[in-house]
Design a binder for this molecule. Structure first.
Ligand SMILES: Nc1ncnc2c1ncn2[C@@H]1O[C@H](COP(=O)(O)OP(=O)(O)OP(=O)(O)O)[C@@H](O)[C@H]1O
Ligand SMILES: Nc1ccn([C@H]2C[C@H](O)[C@@H](COP(=O)(O)O)O2)c(=O)n1
Length: 246
């Protein structure tokens, strides 16, 4: 779109696209979770009664971000063993959607194979559904928001701001080693797609981390260490303060 907007003749098309995206986002907002609000912004709890989410229920969201292969899934699985969080992986939800044979599945598959980011209305709907289906109120959302569009749409639609962002920081050569030896049969774990995913991470996901960093919400951990050592840091640096606050 950015390229289209730079040419005068294509300006109208750019605005039509923005208008269309707004319509889509409003449509996406019309789901079973429209009023689920951030735990610290519940001014009028009576307005927030949603199936399975009484209005006075405090919803805590932690976004887990990091490059492809940084260990988001691995650390989230360990966190849920020790703490009362539900792990929602945006990538896993999208892969399940492909497997379900839904209308969106083909589009999602194509975008994933190209290392691209799926439109926010699709991913947010899957996340909302998963949150509603869960009886829990504390969610680790792994691999989301992937870009500023994801972030803004999620906050607009759900009115949820994350408690904080857990950022697993890892150098690219280590990410590459991990992805190429992951061996889980993922179609996007190949050199070509991996490089595209690295580029998308740097160009689109790092700005999201910067956005939350400016708000003092990023908790960074060195994810290049062995799994157990990373988890020790996650526990010490990240979750002890959160549990103590509750
Ligand atoms: N600290 C670590 N040291 C070495 N290997 C690790 C570490 N953490 C995870 N791995 C391995 O690296 C691979 C990628 O880990 P994982 O799937 O958790 O990453 P991810 O960030 O969720 O990846 P993606 O974003 O691509 O889904 C896996 O094979 C995992 O076993
Ligand atoms: N919010 C998201 C999360 C994931 N995707 C797509 C693009 C990724 O390359 C792919 C795999 O995700 P992962 O399992 O590595 O977290 O899924 C997306 O478009 N939007």
């Amino acid at each position: 779109m950015k390229a289209a907007m730079t040419r005068g003749g294509d300006l109208d098309r750019g605005w039509v696209y923005i208008y269309f995206m707004n319509l889509v986002i409003f449509a996406a907002a019309d789901t079973r979770l429209p009023n689920l609000t951030c735990w610290d912004s519940m001014a009028d709890a009576s307005k927030d009664i949603v199936d399975g989410f009484p209005g006075d229920k405090k919803i805590t969201v932690v976004f887990v971000l990091g490059g492809p292969g940084s260990g988001k899934g691995t650390q989230c699985a360990m966190i849920v063993e020790h703490y009362n969080f539900t792990h929602l992986s945006a990538g896993d939800l999208l892969r399940a959607e492909i497997k379900s044979g839904s209308r969106n599945g083909v589009m999602i598959q194509k975008m994933m194979n190209e290392g691209k980011i799926v439109p926010p209305e699709v991913t947010i709907k899957l996340l909302q559904r998963a949150m509603l289906d869960s009886a829990h109120d504390k969610f680790l959302i792994d691999g989301f928001p992937r870009d500023e569009e994801n972030r803004a749409a999620f906050e607009n639609i759900t009115k949820i701001e994350p408690e904080f962002v857990l950022y697993l920081d890892c150098p690219e050569d280590e990410l590459e080693r991990r992805i190429l030896s992951r061996n889980q049969g993922r179609a996007d774990d190949n050199i070509e797609t991996m490089r595209k995913r690295f580029r998308v991470f740097k160009e689109s996901s790092l700005p999201v981390i910067k956005h939350y960093n400016l708000k003092g919400k990023v908790r960074k951990v060195d994810a290049a260490k062995p799994v157990d050592e990373v988890f020790e840091d996650v526990k010490k640096v990240i979750f002890v303060p959160l549990i103590a606050e509750v």
